[in-house]
Design a protein around this ligand. Sequence first.
Ligand SMILES: Nc1ncnc2c1ncn2[C@@H]1O[C@H](COP(=O)(O)OP(=O)(O)OP(=O)(O)O)[C@@H](O)[C@H]1O
Length: 262
Amino acid sequence: MLSGVKHIILVLSGKGGVGKSTVSTQLAITLKESGYKVGLLDVDLCGPSIPYLLNLEEEDVHQCPQGWVPVYADKEQNLAVMSIGFLLKSKNDAVVWRGPKKHAMIKQFLTDVYWQDIDYLIIDTPPGTSDEHITVMENVRTLNCDGAILVTTPQAVAIEDVRKELTFCRKTGIPVLGVIENMSGFECTNIFSSGGGQSLANMAGIPFLGRVPIDPQVAVSREKGHNSLRTPPDSPLSAVFQDIVQIITKPKTGTGDETAVS
Ligand SMILES: Nc1ncnc2c1ncn2[C@@H]1O[C@H](COP(=O)(O)OP(=O)(O)OP(=O)(O)O)[C@@H](O)[C@H]1O
């Protein structure tokens, strides 16, 4: 099922709540707005938030002869979404599973979802490095996996944890595409300080992809469950994510990688 997917990107973080799902969603939206066909897979089985962030909580997944049809977030069908949230009877259902069951579910997401031909599959993962990550990594490592984006916040404690993600990627052979420092300042005020993500990237010799500021519109619109399929052009996030997308979609020299923007 992943054979029609040109690029796979994992979004990882050491700590919970640093904005992984927000970054994954925003990346997917910006890629879609840039003309790519995109899939967004939420493998955070115990805390799926993508359906909520895209206001798709009432949607169901259907079967077709080829497999599970993902939920499309837009009518043009350029942003396909899959999450365990679509399979639960109620949004308050808790997933209390041990490793083998999580492994089976993620394997099913990777083998049974009929993504069709898409340019980018963004995989939003839970925090840390556990069963979900190992299963995803084992299954995508040999496919068109561009690598992982590490998300952190500026605080030292979050940056310490992102170092573990870096080690995970190095041990498992997943290339690191770079670090995003999220909630990095509010207008001119650096509530949590800033620059830690950049220092980490410098120290580890990996690209720094960008600094995403705190945007009250993100928090408010998501809390109200608005469908935020378009990033308002005046949002400070809009420009930052456009720059990030420019970096990650830049054809790698010498690979013959020439994904066309339609
Ligand atoms: N740049 C930002 N500006 C404003 N609010 C943000 C920003 N990034 C994330 N948030 C808010 O922070 C909260 C946590 O974000 P999110 O759910 O994306 O984190 P996460 O790392 O995926 O969490 P989890 O560990 O539960 O998977 C959400 O309410 C989200 O709206």
